[in-house]
Design a protein around this ligand. Structure first.
Ligand code: FAQ
Length: 313
């Protein structure tokens, strides 16, 4: 029976028919989605912290308004995604607890510090740029609520990428000191941005099955290559240098060859030992503790309403 159901399920996937919350799905598919989508949600929420650090120090009102809007968008993305995770039967509180206890991962990129204003440009340009490459593919993921959330999210991410590129462009075309700031930020963010796509395909335990289920439409290495090919000309336009001496256009393949990624650094960060991991989790836990009174008040209000309704009934 279950084999038959699984076969029908795979046939639907192969025909690109979306899987919806009430449809039958293999338990492993549900678990994979909960894992990936909740990690994605956590990344959006933790991702607010590095940029939030610069809201009070944005160099002009215009920059501040755009940055505020962007950080608020990330909160919204997290909320869409937590809601989408709930459609799989996961409890939101448990999901968030998993982040706080270190059981659930979030994107490695958000464990690096934002030490200059140019980092805000680099995050928008590179980090949102990488996120878009990954998420445009996820608009066609097989699970309906995830695919639909991605469509909305991608629209906002493209504004984020442009605001980051524009900040970097202003610096790159500014004074020699400003150009130096932009270059220095690129030097620090380039390699961690490439790591966002995950381990190489031959070391990625989840990719093969996720591709069969069309949860992932492209592999980690394919998306990483797409990002590099898209971003190198953007850096050239800015007059900035990608910090990779092995980066070279490969005429035969029609793509860039690039240098070795430091996977040891990646796993070090993923395992909780990056420059900011501890601060990020501390900030998220504090946000939850500080919001306790709001949840209590909201629950008390809901309870009172329920009691009143019961009385009337
Ligand atoms: N960081 O077998 P795979 C954003 C883990 S964008 C940490 O290849 P999979 C927007 C992986 O979970 C960033 N851990 O795994 C924004 C797995 O561990 P597990 C978020 C990583 O799932 C911009 C293990 O390594 N985007 O937030 C990373 O098939 C600016 C083995 O890896 C998404 O989450 C990593 N970089 O492929 C916000 C996109 N990479 O779970 C604010 C959705 C891998 O088995 C400001 N997710 N790991 O214990 C995906 O597309 C996939 O989950 C991948 C990983 C591609 C990230």
């Amino acid at each position: 029976m279950s084999e038959e159901l699984e076969q029908l399920f795979q046939e639907k996937i192969d025909q690109d028919i979306k899987i919806e919350p009430k449809d039958w799905m293999p338990e492993r598919y549900r678990k994979t989605l909960i894992r990936q989508m909740s990690q994605h949600a956590h990344s959006e929420i933790v991702g607010m912290l590095p940029e939030g650090n610069w809201i009070t120090r944005a160099p002009s009102l215009r920059r501040k308004v755009a940055l505020l809007a962007k950080v608020q968008d990330e909160a919204g993305h997290g909320l869409y995604l937590y809601s989408a995770v709930e459609t799989l039967g996961a409890d939101r509180e448990d999901t968030i607890d998993d982040l706080h206890t270190g059981k659930a991962k979030y994107s490695s990129i958000f464990n690096y510090p934002t030490i200059s204003w140019a980092d805000i440009g680099a995050i928008g340009w590179l980090v949102d740029g990488a996120a878009i490459v990954n998420q445009v593919a996820l608009q066609r993921t097989s699970y309906g609520p995830y695919a639909r959330a991605m469509i909305r999210i991608c629209k906002e991410e493209s504004f984020h990428q442009r605001q980051g590129y524009e900040i970097t462009m202003t610096l790159a075309k500014g004074s020699p000191e400003q150009k130096e700031m932009a270059q220095e930020a690129l030097n620090r963010w380039w390699w961690p941005s490439l790591m966002m796509f995950g381990p190489p395909d031959d070391e990625s335990p989840n990719t093969a099955q996720s591709i069969r289920w069309r949860v992932k439409r492209h592999t980690n290495d394919q998306l990483r290559q797409e990002f590099i090919d898209m971003t190198v000309p953007q850096a050239e336009y800015l007059g900035l240098t990608i910090p990779d001496p092995d980066l070279k256009w490969n005429e035969e393949k029609g793509m860039y060859d690039f240098g070795e990624i430091d996977w040891e650094e990646f796993w070090h960060v993923v395992k909780g030992n990056g420059p900011c991991n501890k601060d990020r989790i501390k900030a998220r836990k504090a946000a939850k503790d500080n919001g306790e009174w709001v949840r209590e008040a909201a629950n008390a209000h809901a309870e009172k309403k329920r009691q009143q309704e019961n009385k009337v009934a």
